[in-house]
Design a protein around this ligand. Structure first.
Ligand code: GLA
Length: 389
């Protein structure tokens, strides 16, 4: 292992979008995310304080901690995520901390332009970028997949959100100008391009985030896990929901209550839609036919309906925007994106979409909810990496 020679290091960690495969990551499905040009930049610098000193520059907040105190230190918000990553990387343990060189002290400042609560995975970027930087700094030798798993564990153990692995993989392993097909069962990643020709993808931030987001998220996850246990009783060799045949699914449905039936139906439908979208992407790479964009748009909108009516993770504000958008000329499809209960919508529109058309919808939204939505145009970028400071 390389001894550490660095005195400074700068890391850039992107947020993510997800084209399709919502709530499939913890159901062993395939998801289609991408890293985007909204980042957290971390500035690592050696100090002589013998502490970890961390500073959220945008918030004007600092947190300092001696490695030996990490376990018992009380934290909240961003500090909790950083504490989790430090602990899970073993940096509260002097043997690991001083493995290559006696610990002198480290200052990490960070600044972000990822909107918080918009469903663009700011917390995954925080954990992934921080873990990546520490891995470099201390020469821990962990792979990006190992770092993704540590960032995910941080959410589970320290933030109490039993999330899947999509956000962390997208943030760490995104590729410029590409989406990735991430198979959450075997962790295989296949980058692919989605030629947009005469169309564009953009986001609309509803600027709402409802409190029940994490509790409802955990509930959905455990509903599907319990249903899978039922599935295993019926079909002991079943590896995951993807392998469930139609006849098996209907047998399983009989064992489930009506709420869990809806949840499972959404998951099975979404798995089919992911296959359809991958096929559309393949065909678009051969020929950018307008009908394929129509199809892509319809699939996005179908996902929204599923998330709204079957998985029940949408909210009135986002539904209002989604249905309003579909009435506008030039909009091919729209859906809520991410965990749900607020955040961004992903929209597919024709390139000549007349932006002022949005004004009336946004005004109505403002009248109803006293919130001004925001358009976010994003580019697909590479995952977490070092940058020149
Ligand atoms: C959140 C979670 C992810 C994923 C999405 C829904 O972003 O962190 O793991 O489950 O919701 O697709």
């Amino acid at each position: 292992m390389e001894p550490i020679s660095r005195k400074k290091l700068t890391v850039r960690a992107p947020g993510r979008i997800n084209l399709l495969g919502e709530h499939l990551d913890y159901n062993h499905g395939i998801v289609l995310p991408a890293a985007i040009d909204r980042y957290i930049d971390f500035f690592f610098e050696e100090t002589t304080t013998s502490t970890f000193y961390m500073e959220a520059l945008d918030l004007g907040e600092q947190w300092q901690c001696w490695p030996a105190d990490l376990y018992q230190t009380q934290t909240s918000d961003w500090q909790t995520y950083l504490k989790g990553v430090l602990i899970l990387l073993g940096l509260g343990d002097p043997a690991i901390l001083n493995r290559t060189k006696a610990f002198q002290g480290l200052r990490i400042r960070f600044t972000s332009n990822i909107p918080i609560g918009a469903g663009l995975s700011s917390s995954a970027a925080l954990c992934c970028g921080f873990a990546f930087g520490l891995n470099e700094w201390f020469g821990l030798g962990k792979s990006k997949m190992e770092l993704a798993l540590i960032a995910q564990q941080t959410e589970h153990q320290f933030a109490g959100v039993n999330c899947g692995l999509m956000d962390q993989v997208a943030s760490l392993m995104g590729q410029a100008d590409h989406l990735i097909a991430f198979d959450c069962h075997n962790h295989v990643i296949e980058p692919f391009s989605l030629p947009l020709a005469d169309t564009q993808l953009f986001l609309i931030d509803s600027k709402v985030k409802h409190n029940l987001a994490s509790s409802a998220y955990n509930e959905r996850r455990s509903q599907l896990e319990m249903a899978f246990e039922q599935a295993l009783e019926l079909f002991p060799d079943l590896a995951n929901y993807r392998d469930l045949q139609v006849a098996q699914a209907s047998k399983l449905m009989h064992r489930l209550d009506s709420t869990v039936q809806k949840r499972l139906q959404y998951v099975l439908d979404e798995m089919t839609r992911v296959q359809q979208v991958r096929q559309v992407a393949l065909e678009l790479n051969a020929l950018a036919a307008p009908a394929l964009y129509q199809k892509l748009g319809s699939i996005l909108s179908e996902t929204h309906i599923g998330l709204r009516d079957l998985y029940e993770v949408s909210c009135p504000e986002v539904d209002f925007l989604q249905s309003g958008l579909l009435h506008l000329p030039g909009i091919l499809g729209a859906r809520m994106m991410g965990g749900g209960f607020g955040g961004c919508l992903l929209v597919l529109a024709r390139s000549d979409f007349d932006w002022p058309c949005l004004d009336a919808l946004f005004n109505e939204y403002h009248l109803l909810y006293q919130i001004s939505p925001r358009i976010e145009r994003v580019a697909l970028v590479e995952g977490v990496h070092l940058i020149e400071s």
